[in-house]
Write a protein that binds this ligand. Structure first.
Ligand SMILES: [Zn+2]
Length: 371
């Protein structure tokens, strides 16, 4: 068991799979999962979908096959396995596959488990969006991303990415007092946007705070003209007690006020990306089953995490009404670093936790249905 688990993960790490180039790893997974007893298919955009077991409930275990660009040599050192995706998130994916397959082999599986290896999580979330469009049905879902083996990620903030352009009349930069400078105006407007909400330390917590970050500001030609055009990108993070639309309304009114006070500047705002926040109910059967499993495997109570980032969980959470968490072995601080590695013992514990979770969740689900 241990040998196979380590070999599967080593094989996955050995196949370089940056976003958009998942062909080789998906072919490998299809074969491997078939051997393990899954009914496997690859969908139109390359997601691998393996099904094992039958009956209720249906539990979706969703991992991703892609990594960011940049390969790392695979090596074992001091019981740590190094490689691109060791933490984010091939350990989770391998652990999910092995957990479901082992339960089926032991004839202990009393549920239908879907294990998905999604494409392009690191880039566009195209994989999960396609799966939702296909109408994949499940009662519960776990996203395999590193939370650490003792922690469950129960919430992620949402995001609102804005593109804001400012246009002004231009003239010679030797007489700047005659004209409005589109770069300066953009920065002035940015400061109003930043001040639309109190500083993070004055809000309830970073997780519950609305935050704004200026991520790009361009404009002007660097010649002897007063800049007449600017473009800024602002990344706003939305806490779970609010919706993206509520936050956008506040920002939009700040922009309107600024526009009214600065008639010589033409301001235009567009949304170029948005994600609703998502948080699962703490008392849901899924959180209970996973907490039970962690306590059983690790002899410690689980810690519930709420993260300031966003994940694929947000996208599925918005599209369905099912309980969803993010859980997986590994330290997420190592994501996307040159030092990315997983402790083999933590990876193996992760497999056990997934197994126990599937068992407990099937049991709780059946009990709740018969009440
Ligand atoms: Zn990831």
């Amino acid at each position: 068991m241990r040998d196979y688990s380590v070999r599967l993960l080593t094989d996955l790490l050995g196949i370089y799979s940056p976003s958009g180039k998942e062909e080789n790893i998906s072919n490998f997974l299809v074969k491997e999962m078939e051997t393990l007893g899954f009914r496997v298919r690859k969908d139109a955009i390359g997601n691998v979908i393996g099904e094992i077991g039958k009956g209720e409930p249906t539990i979706l275990l969703c991992g991703h096959m892609d990594t960011i660009v940049g390969n790392l040599p695979v090596r074992v050192e001091n019981n740590k396995l190094y490689g691109a995706g060791a933490v984010d998130a091939k350990s989770s994916l391998a652990a999910m596959i092995i957990a479901a397959a082992t339960l089926a082999r032991e004839s202990a599986l009393q549920a239908k488990v879907l294990v998905v290896g999604a494409v392009e999580e690191e880039a566009t979330s195209k994989g999960i969006k396609h799966i939702i469009k296909q109408g994949l049905q499940a009662d519960y879902a776990i996203f395999g991303e590193p939370s650490g083996v003792e922690n469950i990620t129960i919430g992620y903030k949402g995001s609102l990415h804005l593109k804001i352009t400012c246009k002004t009349e231009t003239g010679h930069s030797s007489t700047p007092w005659f004209y409005e400078n589109a770069l300066e105006k953009a920065f002035e407007l940015w400061q109003r946007i930043k001040n639309a909400y109190p500083p993070v330390e004055e809000q309830e917590s970073p997780y519950h705070a609305v935050t704004a970050c200026l991520v790009k500001l361009t404009g002007g030609k660097g010649n002897s003209k007063v800049p007449s055009e600017s473009e800024m990108r602002v990344d706003i993070r939305v806490p779970p007690q609010l919706t993206v639309a509520q936050v956008f309304n506040v920002i939009e009114s700040v922009i309107k006020q600024y526009q009214t006070a600065n008639l010589k500047v033409q301001v235009k705002v567009t949304i170029w990306d948005q994600n609703e926040p998502f948080e699962v109910a703490k008392n849901s059967l899924l959180v209970r089953a996973l907490s039970y499993a962690i306590r059983k495997v690790q002899n410690k109570p689980a810690t519930l995490l709420r993260k300031t980032g966003t994940g694929d969980m947000n996208i599925l959470g918005r599209a369905t009404n099912i309980p969803i968490v993010t859980y997986g072995p590994g330290d997420s601080h190592l994501d996307h670093t040159k030092d990315e590695h997983i402790l083999i013992s933590e990876y193996l514990a992760g497999i056990q936790v997934y197994k126990e979770t599937i068992l407990k969740l099937s049991e709780l689900h059946k009990k709740s249905g018969s009440q």
